[in-house]
Design a binder for this molecule. Structure first.
Ligand code: PMV
Length: 337
């Protein structure tokens, strides 16, 4: 039985997608830009099944329609099957390369890998070229992944990827903004908690509009987007780094000042940020932080300073709580017998 296999890495946003204009159409409130990672990935294998419904095996365990993880996957499979009138059920085996429940958002890599592998299986396509011949361009696959989880759309492409909201939901598009080979950045993830989020991102996206800081944020984001893209194009770590730190803190300020108010990170994370800023100043290390909707810190730095930054991190954090990665080349597809 042929297995259609998609390997998709996660991504870390430099300008965050936070808040939605339309939940049903997965239309974000703002443009976002991220770095696709390399090592932290989801591997999803899909084969056609004789069963009446899909079977979803996540990290070796069968996961049903009613579970949190399975629910999202099944809803997305139903959406794809109905949209393209695909026939038959699928057997899906999906694994994350990073420990589950370690606090790394796996929905970006997970939903993108599910989209790619299931469409490849339904259309019996062994490569991106074959998918394109059947009308499934990378742009379309990215848009379909976005319907599963917003940030998943950016993981299809490698390098530095922008999600353009455009002026209406139907016109939004995702594209590679800067090539991965143009500047190699690293991301070391510092894990502070493996606890499940008390408030999931869907609910928190909804609450964003209640924050008094949200409208001013939206009004000023295009200037910050310019700093980030200029920083990437000029390979200027200070320009990029200052912009991504301000961005992460602003997103968390919106989250904390929304109703309901949520605190995604606590004292340990705050102390680490202060230490990092101090070390940057004292030792001249070009490392800057960003934080998604959780307590864990992503430390971003150029590959040229990998040794020094990792040595500093090792002096502060137990190695079991560190995951090192760098910019990646985007989704991969293959077929096995
Ligand atoms: O894709 P979602 O709905 O889990 O939202 C992700 C939001 C952030 O990770 C916080 C930011 C982003 O742009 O990835």
């Amino acid at each position: 039985m042929k297995k259609y296999q998609a390997k998709v890495a996660s991504n870390i946003a430099f300008i965050k997608y936070w808040g939605k204009e339309s939940e049903a159409l997965q239309w974000p409130a703002n443009d976002s830009i991220s770095m696709t990672l390399d090592a932290l990935h989801t591997l999803t294998k899909v084969s056609q099944s004789e069963d009446s419904d899909h079977v979803f095996i996540f990290n070796g365990k069968e996961t049903g329609r009613d579970s949190k993880q399975g629910g999202k996957a099944f809803r997305h499979l139903d959406f794809l099957k109905e949209k393209y009138a695909f026939k038959g059920a699928l057997k899906i085996e999906s694994e994350n390369s990073f420990p589950t429940g370690c606090g790394i958002a796996s929905s970006a890599s997970g939903l993108a890998a599910l989209t790619l592998a299931s469409i490849s299986a339904w259309t019996q396509s062994a490569s991106f070229e074959e998918l394109e011949q059947k009308g499934f361009t990378k742009e379309l696959l990215s848009n379909l992944s976005r319907m599963g989880s917003g940030s998943a759309g950016r993981s299809i492409f490698g390098g530095y990827v922008k999600w353009n909201k455009s002026s209406c939901a139907e016109d939004q598009f995702i594209n590679k903004e800067v090539e991965e080979d143009s500047w190699e950045l690293c991301d070391s993830v510092v894990l502070f908690s493996s606890l499940e989020k008390a408030v999931g991102s869907t609910e928190a996206h909804r609450a964003a509009w209640t924050s008094p800081l949200f409208a001013p944020r939206l009004a000023s984001l295009s200037d910050r987007m310019k700093l980030v893209t200029d920083g990437l194009n000029e390979k200027n770590m200070e320009k990029l780094g200052e912009a991504i730190e301000a961005e992460a803190l602003e997103m968390h300020a919106v989250i904390m000042s929304a109703t309901p108010s949520v605190h995604y990170f606590g004292r340990e994370t705050g102390e680490f940020l202060a230490d990092m800023r101090k070390a940057r100043k004292e030792h001249g290390l070009p490392m800057y932080f960003t934080i998604d909707a959780g307590p864990n810190v992503h430390v971003i730095y150029p590959k040229s300073h990998k040794k020094e930054v990792r040595a500093w991190l090792a002096s502060k954090i137990n190695e079991n709580n560190l995951l090192h990665d760098s910019v990646g080349r985007g989704a991969e597809l293959k077929v096995t017998d």
